[in-house]
Design a protein around this ligand. Structure first.
Ligand code: UD1
Ligand code: UDP
Length: 361
């Protein structure tokens, strides 16, 4: 069986690395090739993950980089079609909800190639998010749907998907976290940055809804400055956010108490997450990682496609009300966060379950 897995953006690498490790254990039965669309391309957004997650260099790199949604998606489709026509894989695997996921699933299905979607069924029910469109379309054209949390199954069934296509396997991001935990625990990033465990906050923001408007980005910076009066704030800045801070002329506004740094590699980031007193974010993956690590998380969004991080985990939605977020942060820092359960099948064995399903398919 020849399988091509697609990666394009930072979260994709973390989801395909564990599957690649498992599929490589079946050399006679599976040929697993990785295609990088090039959607993310900076060393700190791409290459560092291949090194740290011990992934082989991608067999194909489409070199697409940035662009408008239509341009990025269209160019990925045109280049990926060439790969598929030449390689004729039996299956294309696409993780997550980024433009590379959408582009490659559409390209494959139109050539009659089967598609497996990893992290299927998540829904924010908010079509203003580009990711929500990508999720809905990818699920609609996929043949095998690998679900990370129970809400995924419920959503797919509600949309009329045949039960036989849905496989509740758990969260594959957590496989990476479990596998690399010894290295994460040994990371020297706290010492290097002069941080004390459980005394600092970790924040990330990159959703267009939060960082593409000058007004809200300026409020976010004011909010970080307020937080930093009480505790050290570590802020690894996503390139979209950095570009906007610069182009909106906001770079001078950030107080020097906020440690604004470049994106960090996977091991360093998870070491920073694990020892944070509180994480404040708008990321999808970070809501899940904090749940697994039992670190309190405040999500600056009106909705989440990952509701289990709220019902069982440590995550809490604060909407875009930054005063409310500031108040909740103060309460959590004082009293801690009550509940923290790890969702079913977030156990480090998801890639094995997926491989078993693929091998028996
Ligand atoms: C993308 C995904 C988003 C995901 C995020 C993870 C889509 C629609 N969005 O958002 O779902 O949460 O990745 O991080 O697929 N840039 C660089 N260097 C890079 C990558 C990006 O400079 O290595 C800059 C470019 O100027 C680009 C901007 O960041 O215009 C946005 O990149 P893009 O991949 O379009 O979307 P993200 O915001 O990264
Ligand atoms: N991450 C990282 N370095 C950083 C920020 C994030 O390694 O500086 C990792 C982290 O594990 C996170 C993942 O990248 O879960 C996905 O990141 P992002 O928030 O960009 O994407 P999303 O999950 O929102 O699509």
């Amino acid at each position: 069986m020849k399988i091509i897995s697609v990666v394009g953006a930072r979260p994709n690498f973390i989801k395909i690395a564990p599957l690649d490790k498992v599929l490589r254990q079946f050399p006679g039965r599976v040929e697993h090739l990785i295609c990088h669309t090039g959607q993310h391309f900076d060393e700190k957004m791409s290459d560092i993950f291949f090194r740290e997650l011990e992934m082989p260099k991608p067999t194909f790199n489409l070199g697409i980089n940035s662009g408008s949604h239509a341009s990025q998606t269209g160019r990925i489709m045109m280049e990926f079609e060439k790969v598929l026509l030449e390689q004729k894989p039996d299956l294309v695997l696409v993780p997550g909800d980024v433009n590379s996921t959408l582009a490659c699933s559409l390209t494959a299905v139109k050539l009659g190639i089967r598609v497996g979607h990893i992290e299927s069924g998540l829904r924010s029910n908010d079509r203003s998010m580009p990711e929500e469109i990508n999720r809905v379309v990818t699920d609609a054209v996929s043949d095998i749907l690998f679900v990370s949390e129970e809400s995924g199954t419920t959503n797919l069934l509600r949309e009329g998907v045949d039960k036989s296509k849905i496989h509740f396997v758990g969260n594959i991001m957590i496989d990476s976290l479990v596998f690399f935990m010894p290295r994460i625990e040994q990371s020297a990033i706290l010492e290097t940055m002069g941080l004390v465990a459980k005394q600092y906050l970790l924040v990330t923001f990159h959703r267009p809804g939060n960082v593409d408007s000058r007004e809200f980005l300026a409020s976010l910076i004011g909010f970080l400055n307020s937080l930093a009066k009480e505790r050290t704030v570590v802020f690894p800045v996503h390139p979209r956010t950095l570009n906007n801070i610069n182009s909106f002329g906001l770079s001078g506004m950030l107080s020097e108490n906020v440690m604004m740094i470049n994106p960090v590699g996977y091991i360093e980031f998870l070491a920073l997450t694990r020892s944070a007193a509180l994480v404040i974010t708008d990321s999808g993956g970070i809501q899940e990682e904090t749940t697994f690590l039992k670190v309190p998380c405040l999500t600056v969004r009106e909705n989440t496609e990952r509701p289990v991080t709220i019902t069982l985990g440590t995550n809490e939605l604060v909407g875009k009300d930054l005063d409310r977020c500031l108040a909740r942060a103060a309460e959590i820092l004082k009293n801690g966060h009550g509940k923290s359960e790890i969702p079913p099948f977030w156990d480090g064995h998801v890639a094995e379950r997926i491989a078993e399903i693929l091998l028996n398919h």
